[in-house]
Write a protein that binds this ligand. Structure first.
Ligand code: SF4
Length: 885
């Protein structure tokens, strides 16, 4: 039976799943996985499945604005063009910058890169992809002669061993992980190298919880071990690799015994030996590496150490064998391809005079960038110190996502011109915009994206453009034309841009693998129906696996093995800051939550920002599970809820990076993160910042539930978090001040409250409870005091169209009449199944994933929670049974 809906691509992670969307006139959307898309083959994860809840117009930016004034497009475009032009005329092309995003489509990226590098003449365009995979780009370029991801997802299916280095695939790339689970059923083995015992690590055959920033030591040790065992493929090396002897000599400079490596990496020696043996004995090995490896001051070295192990064993270009960098964003690869990174020119060409002349010729441009521009962190430093005087930020939220976020705010506050194009009106970054330009969102845009396996897929429009929103490429082209570059930006549609980009990849191409010449002749109709296609293309077909013939893109065709030395953290822990802070992602949120927070179900898995800490680190610092905790570094402080768990390595703590001013101003991880970057890739060290923790010790706490969210009560120093709910917003508050502070907060949040008020107050207990009802409907709830009830029943009461008499009687108790309420955390976001319900099913005899699914519906829709379910099943089995399994 034919599948219904428009075929498109998920806007979240780099897996790049194909989806089908059936839209209705009221902008609701039914999302199903596309069974024909090779990336997901009919699978979908919780984030993708919830996309239909995120396509409303709530919070959208729908009109151009200068300052607070809505203006016409003509006015906004003229203003931006004039101000950029004036700045360039006065201070030169390097006084302006674009900061763009892996959320842009390839066509948007192409337009932005062309304007900056070819018509403004500066290299100052960088992308937030710098934050997730720039180290892998640099490692690929050094080893292979170009930024080439050698493998494909089929290799992951075919591998007998998958090594995940700093990669919590079960949470960050769930559909890829489900492919690995399927391969595991036929005997595939998994090794996870990660300081944290993540769900991916829990399920693995071997988990190596290494000490922070010791990856290079571990991988160098593996290479030394492979050579010692005679597992290096000397014939393949002789034919296809340069640099082996240099690497060999550098390895000899350190003690490569198992005991020395295990001690340096802080891992069990027996586990280390088992990993090395498994790797040596398994020719079909895929080594996945992602943010955990890349986000480091030695990210490039980590990537090279992984590539070295594969080059030394010839495990590349063969089915089921390759090193494989997995990208975070839906179009990080597309950005890399067109030249969205400041360190590349265009279409995979680097900054040489020959390339600059070639691209200038192709574009017929008046000028051309001849040197790399400023990378993300340096770019915002240059804004801070005034070298950059005008910045255009597209589809990203650097105030939240960049390290040392407080300095980024200062930089934007000082910048004479900040232009932001975004689909959302209120983000932490639009707050600093002098000009806001409304862009199309996912579901409205039309163009292409490239996933982690070099597969180009179409994102298609499901809804008409709302308000005055426009495609990013169109906004860029309009500004370029207003700056006087009429013909070069006279595209009619995205297909025109794609054809031009394809022509550039083929232009004077004497060896670049990125060559889309087969797609140059695409008609508009052909672009519309373009099937997912891998590059490079040969005879009109995509090539799945690179380097199958052992020839690389270096001048002599040999890959380069490059000696890398373990260096340890850029900024070691010390007496004042004895813990290593690691930041990362959670299963059901995406980046800065601007989209995923619109789907309340996605906030039920992990509702609040938290810090995970080992019990033996928590106890001496007085940290109690579930209580507010301060995380302090030399950069700043965050206040979040403690999760005390032995999943965390001793000496390390973890905080997720998603929360923003809009949801938890005190829970922003990047106010605390290190400013260290990799010297080659410029990628920030998000995985290690020296930190300390201590209890926040609030004197009072409360919560407020309302139909509309409250904005930041900036004038009182309270800690607050907003958690979106199905029909309301739950705000949690805490403070260290007196009763006056609590009363001040009550005045702020209850300002303008009207209707009937049910009230209870006990001054001695400092307890105040209010419920406001308007026309029979619950509008606001405000509770403070020492003994606060669980929030679930009160939140659910907001779903009643008219408050029933029974609900009304119990509102100020805050508890359901009779019966116990299940307040345990949600595990399955799709079917809203709680921990308690799953444990009950397991207790009743459901001891397999299928049985738990039959009993509760958990894990049967997208499967993102299956690792968590398996853990719960395992935890209830007797030890011996688990060992046998
Ligand atoms: S794994 Fe999930 S988030 Fe990633 S592309 Fe697929 S559906 Fe989207």
């Amino acid at each position: 039976m034919a599948e219904a809906g428009v075929r498109t691509t998920c806007p979240y992670c780099g897996v790049g799943c194909g989806l089908r969307g059936e839209a209705t006139a009221d902008r609701s959307l039914r999302i199903t996985p596309d069974h024909q898309h090779p990336a997901n083959q009919g699978r979908i994860c919780s984030k993708g499945a919830a996309l239909g809840e995120t396509t409303g117009l709530e919070g959208r930016l729908l009109h151009p604005a200068i300052g607070d004034r809505a203006v016409s497009w003509r006015r906004a475009i003229d203003h931006v063009a004039r101000r950029f032009k004036r700045t360039i005329d006065k201070h030169g092309p390097d006084s302006v910058a674009f900061y763009v995003s892996g959320q842009l489509l390839t066509e948007d990226y192409y337009a932005a890169n062309k304007l900056m590098k070819g018509f403004i003449g500066s290299g100052n365009i960088d992308t937030n992809s710098r934050l997730c995979m720039a180290s892998a780009v640099a490692a690929h370029t050094q080893a292979f002669g170009g930024d080439y991801v050698p493998g494909c997802y089929e290799d992951i299916d075919l591998a007998d061993l998958v090594v995940m280095s700093g990669h919590n695939a079960a949470w960050t790339h769930p559909v890829l992980y489900r492919r690995m689970e399927a391969a595991r059923a036929r005997g595939q083995r998994h090794v996870v190298i990660d300081p944290r015992r993540t769900e991916t690590a829990d399920a693995a055959d071997i988990h190596l919880p290494l000490a922070p920033q010791t990856d290079v030591r571990l991988w160098n040790g593996l290479l030394a071990d492979l050579i010692r065992r005679g597992a290096a493929d000397r014939i393949w090396i002789a034919d296809h690799v340069a640099g082996f002897d240099t690497v060999l000599a550098s390895l000899a400079a350190a003690d490569q015994s198992h005991s020395a490596i295990a001690a340096d990496c802080g891992v069990d020696e027996d586990l280390l030996r088992r990993f090395y043996t498994l790797f040596a004995e398994t020719p079909r090995t895929v080594s996945l590496f992602s943010m955990g490896a890349n986000q480091s001051a030695q990210g490039v070295a980590k990537g090279l150490a992984i590539l070295n192990a594969h080059l030394a064993t010839g495990r590349i270009g063969k089915p089921g064998a390759c090193p494989f960098s997995i990208t975070g964003q839906p179009n990080a690869m597309g950005g890399r391809e067109v030249g969205g990174l400041a360190s590349t020119l265009a279409a995979h060409m680097g900054f040489t005079d020959e390339n600059s002349d070639r691209v200038k010729r192709f574009w017929s441009s008046p000028t051309i960038a001849r040197n790399p521009g400023l990378k993300a962190v340096d770019m915002f430093e240059a804004i801070h110190d005034g070298r950059i005087k005008a910045v255009w930020i597209m589809a990203t939220n650097p105030v939240v996502s960049l390290p040392n976020a407080t300095r980024v705010r200062e930089a934007l506050r000082r910048c004479p011109l900040v232009v932001v194009s975004d689909c959302m009106a209120e983000t932490d970054t639009t707050a600093f915009a002098h000009v806001k330009l409304p862009a199309l969102a996912w579901g409205e845009k039309d163009g292409t994206v490239t996933n982690s396996e070099r597969r180009i897929s179409r994102q298609r429009a499901l809804f008409p453009a709302p308000g005055l929103a426009r495609a990013d490429w169109k906004i860029i082209a309009d500004v370029a034309q207003a700056m006087g570059h009429i013909d070069a930006f006279a595209w009619r549609n995205a297909a025109d841009i794609f054809r031009e980009y394809a022509r550039l990849t083929a232009y004077e191409n004497t060896g670049r693998l990125l060559d889309l010449s087969s797609l140059i002749g695409l008609t508009d109709a052909g672009y519309e129906t373009l099937e997912p296609t891998q590059w490079p293309m040969r005879a009109g077909r995509g090539v799945a696996r690179l380097f199958a013939d052992g020839r690389f893109s270096t001048p002599d065709g040999r890959a380069r093995m490059i000696a890398v030395e373990p260096k340890g953290p850029a900024d070691p822990v010390n007496l004042r800051y004895p813990l290593s802070l690691n930041t990362g992602r959670i299963r059901d949120q995406w980046h800065t939550m601007t989209r995923t927070a619109l789907a309340p179900g996605l906030s039920r898995h992990i509702p609040e920002p938290y810090v995970e800490i080992h019990p033996l680190d928590a106890a001496p610092a007085g940290i109690v599970d579930g209580r507010l905790t301060c995380v302090e570094t030399s950069r700043g402080e965050a206040v979040v809820v403690a999760r005390v768990s032995d999943r965390q390595r001793r000496g390390s703590i973890f905080m997720p990076m998603h929360w923003t001013d809009a949801f938890a101003p005190s829970g922003r991880a990047n106010t605390t993160t290190s400013g260290a970057v990799d010297p080659i890739s410029g990628q920030p060290e998000f995985k290690h910042t020296p930190a300390r923790v201590y209890g926040y010790r609030e004197t009072w706490a409360g919560f407020y539930i309302s139909r509309a969210p409250v904005s930041t009560p900036a004038d009182i120093p309270v800690i607050w978090r907003r958690i979106p709910q199905a029909s309301a917003h739950l705000h949690e508050f805490a403070g260290r001040g007196s009763a006056g502070e609590r009363e001040q907060l009550a005045r702020i949040v209850l300002k303008g409250a009207s209707g009937e008020c049910l009230r209870f107050e006990d001054a001695a207990a400092q307890s105040r409870r209010e419920a406001w009802i308007v026309d029979g409907r619950l509008e606001r709830i405000f509770f403070t005091g020492a003994r606060l009830p669980p929030r679930e029943w009160l939140v659910a009461a907001f779903q009643e169209e008219t408050v029933s008499d029974e609900t009304r009687r119990f509102l100020l108790h805050g508890r359901a009449p009779g019966g116990r309420l299940d307040t345990s955390p949600i595990v399955c976001a799709c079917a809203c199944v709680t921990t308690q319900a799953i444990l009950a099913a397991i207790g009743s005899g459901a001891r397999t994933l299928d049985a738990v699914g039959d009993a509760t519906r958990a894990g049967v829709t997208c499967g993102s929670c299956r690792p968590a379910l398996q853990q719960m099943i395992n935890a209830t089995q007797p030890e011996e049974k688990r060992d046998a399994a």
